[in-house]
Design a protein around this ligand. Sequence first.
Ligand SMILES: O=C1O[C@H](COP(=O)(O)O)[C@@H](O)[C@H](O)[C@H]1O
Length: 241
Amino acid sequence: MNLLIYHTQAELFEDLIDYIVSIADSAIKENDRFNFVLTGGNSPKALYELLATTHKDRIDWSKVYFFFGDERNVLATHESYNGLMAKRSILDPLGIPEDHIFYVNTTLAPEKAAIEYNKAISAHFDGADIAFDLILLGMGDDAHTASLFPDTSILTNKEVEIDSVFVEKLATYRISFTAPLINKAKNIAFLVFGSSKAEAVKHVIEDESKNPQLYPTQLIQPVDGSVTWFLDKAAANLLEG
Ligand SMILES: O=C1O[C@H](COP(=O)(O)O)[C@@H](O)[C@H](O)[C@H]1O
């Protein structure tokens, strides 16, 4: 595990963008494409905007395929649809063609949306191992990541797949990568800001005995890939090591 802690968000984004560019370059050199899983939530918006403006010439976007690690069970026009924030901040500004973007189809019931997303991803990987080049993730102050929330059924799903899950505390369904699917990735990067996340960061990174029902992000342990944490000072504040 790599742990990187920054004084400012600007410094963090600069390094995170260098990291993304380097993974994109290697993936494109090796396989002529870069399979990039975006995270939702609030933290990544400024990152996406920087990638689509100041840094747009650093990646060959024609070779990039975009996916979503989780999605809200709302229509694509709803403000909380992860795909909409990505569409506005990075996908439209870069002119990414529709056939390079794997949105979750939330006009379907959540179970069906998950099944269709699994099919679309399997077809994209065409029988090869489903190992994304890079999965970006955030983490909530309750230690959820993607839509792996505490005390939910998806936490015990051992399949490498996308699943639907009812999140009781939000009284809503979500569609999400399972932990085994995330753990197959070649690279995983967490982007976490702010003091409200500090306690969750400490439990996820430093607890010796794991309790993933309470701290689901503890389930993220790549099989062969790397995991890198990009934290600001406030989020890292309670770490001891
Ligand atoms: O991995 C993820 O993390 C966030 C937490 O996001 P935040 O930046 O808004 O705190 C989560 O809600 C999101 O859906 C997910 O992709």
